[in-house]
Ligand binder design. Structure first.
Ligand SMILES: [Zn+2]
Length: 461
């Protein structure tokens, strides 16, 4: 790949833009749009990550390969200050796994361990279905002890992906709640909107019992048999096991700014993925979006006033280790972070923007949105969330911008073996990359502020 115009910015670069009128901004938008149209690159970045590295679970050998890939790719793209920042991550392996209904009928079950689950060579027990996490917490020990708890969980495919937040509680908190009541195992219906027999894994709070997700059709089968009132017994084997913590890294590169280079616009995604698919949507797409955005920023041919920092976080999936480490290492300079934008909602096109900043952020936000309108992106006046990897910085007051991507089909594939490159629509991915570039440029090539998030809104993830 050709190094870009801003590959080696230094103090000798003339800061002509300081005296240029603001009417030059449309030229920057035009340059980025033209670069995105004539030589779109996000898809090839994503192809490279998914084909050459593949699944990259925190702590694995492939996780290390992903860090090397990210350093190499950022350097090839001509980013400045490319470097890794070490992060200690948990290391867990899935191993072989199987499950079956053994009575009253024999049926194989498609299941997969939840991240961090303990293993079991062959648990056999009666299963008890509970409607929800809330209902489980109200059960008595005598009803649950010695049994495998099963919670059915439906996720509606919504454009903003918002149903996931509700449903995921069953996955993340169910096993710990079941263990507290003496359960010997935990099964959750996959937090997925598909009907394939590929279960969806994901993180959970640590529990002393084996925990797994059933594929949606398998969960429905189990539910139907239980609904007959018959006693149902299951057999579950999980080869899951924990290994010693391992070294990984956040990978950082920058498009250097000019007269306000000390101020940062943060573009974030996470480099790790679950192990079942190749992490194309989660979050290879986000990596490709922010890396391509950086390339487009450089295509303008001059520096933005502020620095745009691309950070690919380590281990989002299994404990947010990378974002915690970044906040720890950079917490004393959080005031320098004027805005954070994260890409971690798949490869869909951006349709909406919203912000969470200080009370005076609205005019700055509206000016930024004007740069996005040509892509069909409209403002929302609800508060932005910012994404999981920006949670710590958000709770320290850093303003966040959501560039909401169409997530209608995202949870069909998310965290499953189906999270592969063929699910990506290249034109939607390139649109998202351009949207991130336009927003980052608008925020960076300006001295307007988004303020700081007020205390009551500094909520953690
Ligand atoms: Zn993700």
């Amino acid at each position: 790949m050709t190094p870009l115009a801003c590959a080696h910015p230094d103090a000798t670069v003339p800061r002509t833009f300081e005296v240029e009128p603001r009417s030059t901004t449309p030229l920057a938008d035009e340059a980025m749009s033209e670069a995105a149209r004539s030589s779109p690159h996000a898809s090839s970045i994503l192809r490279s990550l998914t084909d050459e590295v593949g699944p990259r679970l925190a702590g694995s050998q492939a996780d290390k390969a992903a860090v090397a890939w990210a350093l190499r790719t950022m350097r090839d793209l001509g980013l400045a200050s490319v470097h890794p920042e070490p992060v200690v991550v948990p290391h867990w392996e899935r191993g072989a796994e199987s499950g079956a209904i053994i009575s009253p009928f024999s049926q194989r079950l498609a299941l997969t361990a939840l991240g961090g689950s303990i293993g079991t060579p062959g648990l056999e027990a009666e299963v008890v279905e509970v409607d929800s996490l809330l209902a489980l917490e109200r059960r008595r020990k005598t009803e649950i002890a010695g049994k495998i708890v099963f919670i059915p969980t439906k996720v509606r495919p919504l454009r903003d992906g918002s149903d996931y937040g509700r449903a995921v509680m069953n996955r993340s908190n169910g096993a710990a709640a079941a263990a507290k009541l003496g359960a010997v195992g935990y099964l959750v219906e996959s937090v997925g909107s598909d009907h394939t027999r590929l279960p969806h894994t994901g993180s959970m709070h640590p529990a002393e019992i084996p925990a797994a997700a059933l594929a949606v059709p398998d969960a429905e089968l189990l539910h139907r048999i239980l609904a007959t009132g018959k006693t149902v017994r299951l057999q579950v084997s999980l080869g899951a096991h924990a290994l010693p913590d391992a070294e990984s890294a956040n990978v950082i590169g920058e498009v250097r700014g000019g007269d306000l280079s000390n101020e940062l616009v943060l573009l974030a995604a996470h480099l790790d993925s679950w192990d079942l698919g190749t992490g194309a949507l989660d979050d290879g797409a986000g990596c490709a979006i922010v890396l391509e955005a950086a390339r487009l920023l450089a295509s303008v041919g001059r520096q933005p006033r502020r620095t745009v920092r691309v950070t690919l976080f380590a281990n989002e999936e299994h404990g947010l280790s990378g974002s915690h480490a970044y906040a720890k290492a950079h917490g004393d300079e959080v005031e320098r972070h004027v805005l954070g934008i994260e890409a971690d909602m798949g490869a869909g096109s951006v349709y909406r923007a919203r912000v969470l900043g200080g009370p005076g952020a609205r005019p700055t936000f509206m000016a930024l949105v004007n740069h996005l309108r040509p892509l069909g992106i409209t403002p929302s006046f609800d508060d932005a969330h910012g994404g999981a990897d920006l949670g710590d910085l958000r709770s320290l007051g850093m303003p966040v911008l959501d560039l909401s991507q169409d997530a209608t089909s995202y949870f069909d594939h998310h965290h499953s073996a189906n999270d592969t490159l063929d699910k990506v629509d290249p034109s939607a991915l390139e649109q998202a990359a351009l949207a991130f570039a336009l927003a980052a440029w608008a925020a960076a090539d300006d001295n307007a502020t988004f303020g700081r998030i007020p205390d009551p809104k500094r909520v953690p993830n």
